[in-house]
Ligand binder design. Structure first.
Ligand code: UTP
Length: 289
């Protein structure tokens, strides 16, 4: 029987330089797609997959993320007094229950691997989910839910992957595909930002992982990789020598909201999907195009 995955880690300590000046004093993860911040979509996806504890690895200027997941008594009272019960219910629905959140700080943005390592004491000796909130994935059920099936069957470590044009693989972590179906296949190779001619496939790592706690030991060497950053892919490569990694080619559409095009496209896609906005927004888009 595999240990149930109950904890999710959300690294939110990056500088978000591609979104300056917006991210000068506001975290990238609080950028909104329609009317919800990116971090809320990631937390909703984790909750849907059965996650019970949410760990945020924050940095400077990220206090507002903590506030977002706290109660706002003044606002709630005002909404109540004005009879705005629908809005009040919406706010309350989004909140994790008391004691379900933890916050720790990555004092320096040394890379994603380092951010994950900062969560080691909170996660302890448990498997955990890792979600990158700037990779927004529109999927039903959510990608983490799709991965739980593969985890329940295979245990070990699970990585969500998707296909891209081979020429684009050099911006991502890429996996090699071994035996198995799209819902769960053996990963036999992993490489961060390869030259397209050296890439084992066009399957890229999409920002959703289920990892065993052994990864923390491997991250503790703080070895720098691509771009001079401590990379999670390097530690996963080392872990592959000891434990199984299963790939899940999920059903869904990814928007890389760390890039402007991805973020703008996400806003269009999610707005078109909202019943109360879709028709009018379609008309506005037609005028603009
Ligand atoms: P990115 O690779 O998109 O980096 O991080 P970034 O620094 O946020 O953005 P740019 O490239 O400067 O525009 C992917 C995720 O990992 C987190 C980020 O907050 C984001 O959620 N991260 C990255 C950290 O928490 N710490 C780091 O040192 C690096």
């Amino acid at each position: 029987m595999n240990n149930k995955v109950k904890i999710a880690v959300f690294p939110v300590a990056g500088l978000g330089t591609r979104f300056l000046p917006a991210t000068k004093s506001m975290p990238k993860e609080m950028l909104t797609v329609v009317d919800r911040p990116l971090i809320q979509y990631a937390v909703d996806e984790a909750r849907e997959a059965g996650i019970e504890h949410f760990v945020f690895v924050t940095g400077r200027n990220k206090g507002v993320i903590e506030d977002h997941f706290d109660r706002q008594f003044e606002l709630e009272t005002t909404l109540f007094e004005r009879g705005k019960t629908k809005e009040l219910k919406e706010l309350q629905k989004d909140l994790p229950k008391p004691g379900q959140t933890s916050f720790t700080r990555q004092q320096e943005p040394l890379g994603l691997g380092h951010a994950v390592w900062c969560a080691r004491d909170i996660v302890g000796d448990e498997p955990f989910a890792l979600l990158l909130p700037d990779m927004l994935i529109k999927a039903e059920p959510g990608v983490l839910s799709q991965m739980m099936g593969a985890y329940n069957e295979n245990g070990g470590n699970i990585i969500a992957v998707e296909e891209v044009d081979k020429k684009d693989v050099s911006s991502y972590g890429v996996v090699g595909r071994g035996a198995g179906l799209d819902e769960g296949f053996i990963i036999n190779e992993m490489i961060e930002k390869p030259d397209p001619k050296d890439a084992p496939s066009n399957l890229i790592i999409s920002g959703r992982y289920i990892l065993q706690p052994r990864i923390f030991d491997l991250l503790s060497s703080h070895t720098k990789g691509a771009g001079g950053e401590i990379q999670i892919t390097d530690a996963m490569q080392a872990l592959m020598k000891e434990q199984q990694f299963t790939g899940v080619k999920f059903k869904g559409r990814t928007f890389d909201c760390g890039s402007k095009i991805g973020f703008l496209s996400a806003n269009v896609a999610y707005a078109l999907d909202r019943e109360e906005l879709s028709e009018e927004f379609r008309k506005e888009l037609a005028i603009l195009l």
